[in-house]
Design a protein around this ligand. Sequence first.
Ligand SMILES: *Cc1c(COP(=O)(O)O)cnc(C)c1O
Length: 401
Amino acid sequence: MSIDTASYITLDEHWGAHNYHPLPVVIAEAEGAWVTDVDGHRYLDFLSGYSALNFGHRHPVLVEAVREQLDRVTLTSRAFHNDQFGQFCRELAELTQTEMVLTMNTGAEAVESAIKVARKWAYEVKGVQFNGAEIIVAAGNFHGRTTTIVSFSDDPGAHDNYGPFTPGFVTVPYGDLAAIEAAITPNTAAVLIEPIQGEAGVIVPPSGYLAGIRRACDENNVLMIADEIQSGLARTGKLFALDHDDVRADLYTLGKALGGGIIPVSAVVGRGDVLGVLKPGQHGSTFGGYPMACAVGRAVVGLLATGEFQARSLELGRYLHGRLDELVGRGIVAVRGRGLWAGVDIDPLSRTGREVSMALRDRGVLCKETHERTLRIAPPLVITQDEIDHAVDALADALQA
Ligand SMILES: *Cc1c(COP(=O)(O)O)cnc(C)c1O
């Protein structure tokens, strides 16, 4: 016997911690760019699990890789070698043109790992005074939810009442190169930056900013850490958002789409001499690099190596942005982004992001506000031009309703 939508929501709200405010839709099945709710209504997914579903729901190549691995071995722990781990690391390093891979599970763990590595590198290689290492971060950042990471979040909801906080972070305005240059001291270990700020509303920094950070880091022996957990892996039309500026980071944090929307897989990839500061026993994770994660990660790398998803995002992204730009002045005040990724600011005289998300749901499109008046649009990269038209038409209608 099936229960109705309202009953599922009541269950969630009674038994689940209230740390989210989901749209009232209860998803039961999904395939490609589409999801189906418990009543059989179909919706176009215009959010992709915040880019965890870049390849769409249940991409057949990824599902097959997981099935095959399920029939072989699922978990070994890193106490032993497994036959997937080394191959995954090599394939991911080759795809990203990096030298070494540190496997983790969630995005926040990848960021935590990068912070630990940068500090260790600062003391052991750069020669920073003991316990004095500083990491420069940007205002409006989103890097995850651990205690250390929320220590340098300026979102009151993410930060307040979680103290005492981890020291050693210096916040500067996003997009302001001079502020980063001024904040660098002999104690600076790293600059940790989102090449495009996703959670903040898909904020694209001024041109020259990322190249300028690279230059400042080179001149001062500081590591550049790019958090590409949301912006990377084809979302912006290239493998990395940094690639649009021909900039290379010393370390990249990857997550979300690396697990193909099936299991959490994250990694820090980058310079061998930097990740090489970690010696046996100094960092780890029970599940990091487990055979299932490596099998799905290898299949994801295989999809990305074709370049097909990057190309789709670039081409269809131009189309999406063209169509969204037509709505500026008609309920929308600004559109930002790159590839199949857009932050849409809703006219403050019109409706809230939540109201527009609800009106879109009623029209068969799922997306979600970030902050009060910004919609974050990030369809799966398997979406077609006709489906983009369907969703943008629904948005135009939702803004007028
Ligand atoms: C989602 C996200 C994270 C955190 O990833 P989790 O898997 O939720 O821990 C970190 N950085 C960025 C840029 C993200 O978008």
